[in-house]
Design a protein around this ligand. Sequence first.
Ligand code: SIN
Length: 306
Amino acid sequence: MNTGRLAVDLAGLKLANPTMLASGILGYSAETLNSIAENGAGAVVTKSVGLKPRRGYPNPTVVQVDCGLINAMGLPNPGITEFAAEIRKTKAAINVPLIVSVYGYSEDEYAAVAKKAVEAGADAIELNVSCPHVKDTGSEIGQNPRVLDAVVKAVKAATDRQVFVKLSPNVTDITEIAGVAAKAGADALTVINTVRAMAIDAETAMPILSNERGGLSGSAMKPIAVRCVYDVYEHVKVPIVGCGGVADWRDAVEFLLAGASAVQIGTALALEGPEVFRAVTRGIDKYLRRKGFKSVNDVVGLSHRN
Ligand code: SIN
């Protein structure tokens, strides 16, 4: 569905509708990314890729809880050299923007991976500075303003594509971190990655995930994520992409009203299937018509008007 009413522009990256595949779900093969695009996503974000291949943690890496999923996969990925071929293949197949999520252990690594991803065809980069449980990367970068500043600046210097920075909720003040990322040159902010969490099996009396601690996604996240978007919107001027617990159009509209220009969907896709993108888009469209808005952009941040 590509009506003008639903089109969004994220710092120059144009989407036909404001739904995006969140990083981490089905994000490594051209076939699955293409199938998400065909199911109506306005853009897709790959699972995070690093400089070198990484095996990730042993199973179990995901546990379903009442209110979502807790995962600790440990950033498994084939490394950017091998993944570059998949980026080329995906780019040739899909007709929506392809955003490659990257992680690293230093600013030079983030920049090198981003550069290779763009050379292979990425339309934009999302920096994973928020994975809550892998040592020396992810949130260890995103929780440290000095290091985050260096990473964003290095990646911006290495590529001319839009750089999204995916923020962690596991910080004292997300607006401070958002400000650092924006000042360093982030074109957009993805708000938020998972909340640190764990689950324990009553029978075995042991943590369920092999890594013990993981990140919570899904419906329990939504009120936290909406509050983070609302706070960040009041502090920075760059576009925000809301992420956390979007399962239907009403969730998406809530994020838009809080200040997000687009939303990412991950856990709902895993739990309900790829039809979620079209259902959310259709629901936003109906809402806009019912309320008399000409464009989805007219509702972004509307809840701040008092
Ligand atoms: C993982 O691969 O374990 C999750 C990555 C993330 O939460 O950013």
